[in-house]
Design a binder for this molecule. Sequence first.
Ligand SMILES: [Zn+2]
Ligand SMILES: [Zn+2]
Length: 328
Amino acid sequence: MTTEIVKNVVSGIYQCSLPTGFPIGDVHVYLIPDQDGLTLVDAGAHRDDANVLLQQALADLGYQISDVHTIILTHGHADHVGNVNTLAQLSGARVVGHELTQTWLSPTDEWLQKEDQFFHRLYAESGLSEEEQMILRKERQMFHSVVPAYDLDDQLKEGEKVGDFTVLFTPGHSNSSIALYRERDHVLIAGDVLIDHVSSNAFVEPDPLTFTRIPSVKLFHDTFHSLLNLKLSRVLSGHGVVITDPHALIRLRLEMQAKRVAQLIDQIKEGHHTVRQLAQALFPGRMKELMLIVSEIVGHLDLAIERGLVKQTVDDHGMIRYETASNA
Ligand SMILES: [Zn+2]
Ligand SMILES: [Zn+2]
């Protein structure tokens, strides 16, 4: 028997919704029973109430925490990995995810310092004020502080099999994103790659080796196209409802990317040339969400530059200025 905490969303996969305390709301953890016990997809946020609910969900399905043998992490964000340390300790489960998830789980001091320098440079180039930079720095520190350290037991690679599922590398929302594809019925467990009610942000992230900026929106664009080439019946997301027409939603997300590029070009033509100016022009009154907005703008400008529609130059103060190219 299942209660409202846990729902049988497709054959052999149960969804358990847990509170996160983040603006996105509840996160879904997926429970997949097999002959050896249970696999969990994602661990939820680091909260006692989430932990209690999850154990209740397991009990509803006739399991206990020690039956969980594997925890697969779809990506490194705190609403998905925050509780992994606790769950791994309680269950003894093997924890697996993309290798880049590790930097979210236990960043080294050296990593944190380089990441800090990376964002400092990005925000200065974007034309943000000292005060804005300081606020964003604090927000980022908060991000790291809500994930107790844990080391992945194994790293997952594109094409690898885990039970009935094939691992797909789906970067964009996070560079550590993976999705799990079940060929027999074309079900995809997608983390935050595709969410029905919100367009997932393609967060700015540094490349872990070079600490240069990863073109997150471009990667997201490519991920969407590779998902369009895949037969999909249902997408089980990290948040929101089960997606029953995945290809229609993916096409909508691609249209939204194209629309954003067009808006940026219009605003550049209107005389807004830095990321800060474009942020103010496109998202007036929403400057509290500056971290997301900077990601949105620089990421879509990458697409515009790749398409030859926009050029960038660096001014005497080290600030990046965007101009439209002659064919825009
Ligand atoms: Zn996420
Ligand atoms: Zn999420």
